[in-house]
Design a protein around this ligand. Structure first.
Ligand code: SAM
Ligand code: SF4
Ligand code: SF4
Length: 343
């Protein structure tokens, strides 16, 4: 029986239980989304992790197994671009075999999700996938990913995911003023009635590279109004407490959308997520400055008990509530980049 059902999840200093683990499988990506890995910073001189520095499948599974005994039951695999890892199906298979893990998801830019790979992920035990797509207009999308990647190939990837049964397929759209805010309605129209759940994400001030300004954020309420003016929406009750997306259904029955209001309505109170980077550092917040490195322990013969103590200690000491503090913030702290922590 997984421990979350028995309420044994460890709690942090603000009494929040540990439930989710988000694993960044690689810090590399084939896109250069301006809000995440801008070319000027992530150019050819950027030093990525070597293979030796990147956690192996066995190390990832060991960390997850120990954390599953402390409350984690849901895992999201992200990056960088997780499909750059050829061993992704093996990772999924191994994680899906852990008794405490009852939900595994992947977030991908979809650029490499062929029908064959979608099926391999499904066969490995993946049930659902989230694909990021910031615009339907090809010119806008190419400008957003900044490597000239065409929109039709991501649309094909979404089809492949649906065909493989990786449902529900969710599509993430980060909305940035002046870049793709004109795409809110076309995206909503495109995915209405398809079974795909489109989720709009407020542009966040993650990392140090994207030059974030509050003016760039299109608020959840503005996104809501843009859609609801044309297609009336009704609120949907959350499935789980602490769900990050506010969900709405089209009144005419054409499906659901989600809006993730990380900036205008922070959800730190319900935040139950721990993050593991590809280099083996644990972060207790998307906006943290420093993580807890555990790779050396993994490689220097630490016992499960020692690892458990180190990892649960990180959670128990956790006081993060960055998004709630954002407005009070006056000093700029350096932060980890999104491509390392994985969103
Ligand atoms: N490469 C994969 C992808 O793009 O789906 C997975 C990693 S990406 C860092 C995970 C998610 O974070 C994506 O949906 C991406 O759009 C989102 N993201 C990246 N930078 C962001 C930002 N500054 N604000 C809000 N969301 C962001
Ligand atoms: Fe790559 Fe995803 Fe970041 Fe875009 S958002 S640069 S696809 S990691
Ligand atoms: Fe969780 Fe940190 Fe985001 Fe708050 S700011 S919801 S603590 S990751």
């Amino acid at each position: 029986m997984s421990l979350h059902h028995s309420g044994n999840a460890i709690r942090d200093a603000l009494s929040r239980p540990l439930k989710d683990l988000r694993i960044s499988l690689t810090d590399r990506c084939n896109f250069r989304c301006k809000y995440c890995m801008p070319k000027e910073v992530f150019g050819k001189d950027y030093s990525y992790l070597s293979e030796e520095e990147t956690l192996t499948i066995d190390e990832i599974v060991r960390v997850t197994r120990i954390l599953s005994e402390a409350g984690v039951h849901k895992v999201r695999l992200t990056g960088g671009e997780p499909l750059l890892r050829r061993d992704l199906p093996e990772i999924i298979h191994a994680l899906a075999s852990l008794p405490g893990i009852d939900d595994i998801a992947v977030t991908s830019n979809g650029s490499m999700l062929t029908p064959k790979r979608a099926k391999a992920l499904k066969d490995a035990g993946l049930r659902r996938i989230t694909i990021s797509l910031d615009a339907l207009d090809d010119t806008v999308f190419r400008r957003m990913n900044d490597v000239g990647f065409p929109v039709n190939r991501v649309l094909t990837a979404i089809e492949s995911a649906l065909a493989a049964g990786l449902t529900p397929v969710k599509v993430n759209m980060v909305v940035r003023r002046g870049f793709n805010d004109t795409e809110i309605l076309p995206m909503a129209e495109h995915f209405r009635g398809t079974g795909v759940v489109l989720r709009f994400i407020e542009y966040m001030d993650v990392g140090n590279s994207n030059g974030w300004k509050l003016d760039d954020v299109v608020s959840a309420s503005e996104i809501y109004d843009t859609i609801a003016q044309k297609y009336p929406l009704v609120p949907v009750a959350p499935d789980l407490p602490g769900e990050v997306a506010e969900r709405f259904a089209y009144q005419d029955g054409a499906g659901q959308i989600g809006i993730i209001h990380a900036v205008t309505k922070p959800f730190c109170t319900g935040c139950s997520r721990l993050r593991l980077t590809a280099s083996g550092e644990l972060f207790t917040c998307l906006f943290a400055t420093r993580g807890k490195p555990i790779r050396a322990m993994l490689r220097d013969g630490a016992t499960d008990e020692e690892l458990r103590a180190a990892m649960t200690g990180v959670w128990k000491a956790r006081t993060d509530r960055y998004s709630e503090e954002r407005n009070e913030q006056t000093v700029h702290r350096p932060r980890i980049e999104m491509s390392r922590i994985g969103g």
